[in-house]
Ligand binder design. Structure first.
Ligand code: TXA
Ligand code: MG
Length: 320
């Protein structure tokens, strides 16, 4: 490994570093994660420190095998088994009751834990090589956009972590959908890579979504997040900016803005495809933020499928 502040590391180096309780950024199909031994409270504490993340915001534990869940989860309801079959490995996180084996820091002191099985081949291979699950939030500074490429991780976490495992660009581009199975009625806590409609079709009933709160006591649902570094103003579909300034920027879904030069605009998907839009979302927010515009104007996308997750991230970016 080189002496770079945040080097790309080999698979073997990543395994060794994680076993020593160090932090390694890893690829997943959604976004890059900042991983540490999820059963080692001191290793987990380093995640909060590196991200400058408040400790009231709990972490997701990542597994490669359902059999490995047993040590961390007190009870697996039937519906969870059905969801594992249908959606794992993949971008669905489930909230279940935890066992005492899970450090309090991982769950912010709550008695429930978020678990997920990523599908990215490197993440899977890594988890198979380790005797513990990985706690991994998105590998960005707290409150900023999530990384979908190793370069984004290096931009924000250089000098703070052991290294990055390079798995190329993330195929999904928005984080996992979070479904809480700890109360009598399953509830969506975050829209993400598995569309709400796909879960509803599978379960055969509509789902409630409780995805918003500015109260720190309801972690994971902070109103302000994903800041691109400049103010972002979000417009409903079909609405365009009125008081546009010459150094403003435009983040459209598929329609460019006549009033601004091309270099100050990005489209999430010129052909209007929500999957493509999701993969470009965080990268586009970063690129426009780097122009340091007065305002980034953005337009909502159709609120269906992955569009809900995209609109959710845009709304939070506009609140930050
Ligand atoms: O796709 C993803 O889920 C990525 C990749 C790396 O796996 N991870 C990710 O982690 O997005 P993070 O920490 O950036 O977001 C996880 C969210 C947080 O908002 C956290 O508050 C919520 O999950 N969360 C974690 N444990 C929870 C729990 N026990 N109850 C409620 N929310 C929880
Ligand atoms: Mg995050």
């Amino acid at each position: 490994m080189t002496t770079e502040a945040c080097p790309t590391c080999s698979f073997e180096e990543a395994v060794a570093a994680l076993k020593e309780g160090q932090l390694v950024a890893i690829p997943t199909e959604t976004v890059y994660g900042l991983a540490a031994n999820g059963l080692d409270e001191q290793a987990v504490a380093k995640i909060f420190e590196a991200k400058e993340r408040p400790s009231f915001d709990p972490l997701i534990l990542h597994f490669s095998e359902i059999s490995a869940l047993q040590a961390c989860v007190a009870f697996i309801p039937d519906v969870a088994h059905q969801l594992f079959e249908a959606f794992w490995p993949g971008p669905l996180t489930l909230i279940l009751r935890k066992t005492p084996r899970v450090p309090d820091l991982v769950t912010a002191g709550m008695d429930k834990v978020a678990v997920r099985m990523p599908s990215h081949p490197i993440a899977r291979k890594l988890l198979q090589a380790l005797p513990f699950p990985l706690a991994a939030p998105s590998a960005n500074l707290f409150g900023r956009t999530s990384p979908t490429h190793p370069d984004h991780v290096k931009e924000q976490l250089s000098g703070r972590i052991y290294g990055v495992l390079d798995g190329g660009s993330c195929a999904v581009g928005v984080e996992s959908t979070i479904l809480d199975l700890t109360s009598s009625e399953a509830e969506i806590l975050r829209w993400g890579g598995i569309p709400q409609e796909a879960l509803e079709n599978f379960l055969g009933h509509p789902l409630k979504a409780r995805t918003s709160s500015s109260r720190p006591s309801a972690p994971g649902m902070l109103e302000a997040h994903y800041s691109p570094g400049s103010p972002l103003k979000l417009l409903p579909i079909g609405q365009f900016p009125v008081d546009i300034h010459e150094n403003d920027a435009w983040l459209g879904f598929s329609t460019p803005l006549e009033e601004l030069p091309e270099e100050q605009q990005l489209l999430l998907s010129p052909r209007g495809d929500l999957h493509e839009a999701a993969t470009r979302l965080f990268l586009s927010l970063r690129q426009l933020g780097q122009l340091q515009p007065r305002v980034i104007w953005a337009q909502e996308v159709p609120n269906e499928g992955l569009g809900r997750a995209i609109n959710d991230r845009l709304r939070r970016a506009s609140a930050s």
